[in-house]
Design a protein around this ligand. Structure first.
Ligand code: GRF
Length: 187
């Protein structure tokens, strides 16, 4: 069975959704949740889900140590679910085409350094966009740059606030992310 590591920095609603979906389907195993923030809610979720978790510092996550950990656990794929640090080249090279990210906008728009979480939705509303969406893509050496695997759109109405847009995006993420990841991993 393919083994995945989920990387997350925040609340972890996507991480939890992935774990539950993979458990139901029994085709992919979530071996570990890796986090860079000791107080992130995703760690509580991991505990409740009975999934092993590990908090690593930014420097550990950007050194060879992370590769050693993943290799020891025999991890096949890495899934970024609200993970805010850059993936070091050593991981990209060793997991080429095997690192999947979700971005809460329609890349290539509203991507790149600093474009995450509420900043994305604020920028979308400020620009008067009439649509936004999610992008699920492979990770390469640059932020939000790898091959796009899937996009789904939602309307942005004139009266929408960044919070409204965030909740539309969250729905799309819950609906599509696990299925798209599973389909990609299983080929
Ligand atoms: C999601 O919107 C995801 O697209 C982005 O960060 C957010 C994470 O939310 N990369 P959560 O931690 O899964 O609740």
């Amino acid at each position: 069975m393919n083994k995945v590591a989920i990387f997350a920095s925040g609340s972890g609603s996507n991480a939890e959704n992935l774990v539950n979906f993979f458990r139901e389907q029994e085709l992919i195993t979530t071996s570990i949740i890796i986090c860079n923030k000791p107080d992130a809610y995703v760690l509580k979720r991991a505990e409740n889900l009975n999934i092993k978790s590990l908090v690593l510092s930014k420097s550990e996550l950007q050194s060879d140590k992370i590769l050693t950990i993943l290799k020891e656990l025999d991890i096949d794929y890495i899934i970024l679910a609200g993970y805010l640090l850059k993936i070091p080249e050593i991981l990209v090279e060793n997991y080429r085409d095997k690192i999947i990210n979700i971005h809460p906008a329609l890349l290539p728009k509203y991507g790149g350094k600093g474009m995450y979480g509420h900043f994305v939705h604020e920028a979308v509303v400020a620009a008067g966009e009439c649509e936004s969406g999610i992008t699920i893509h492979l990770v390469d050496e640059k932020y939000d740059n790898g091959k796009i695997l899937f996009q789904a759109k939602c309307n942005v109405d004139k009266t929408d606030t960044p919070e409204n847009v965030a909740s539309k995006i969250a729905k799309l993420e819950m609906t599509h992310f696990p299925e798209v990841v599973q389909k990609y991993i299983l080929g």
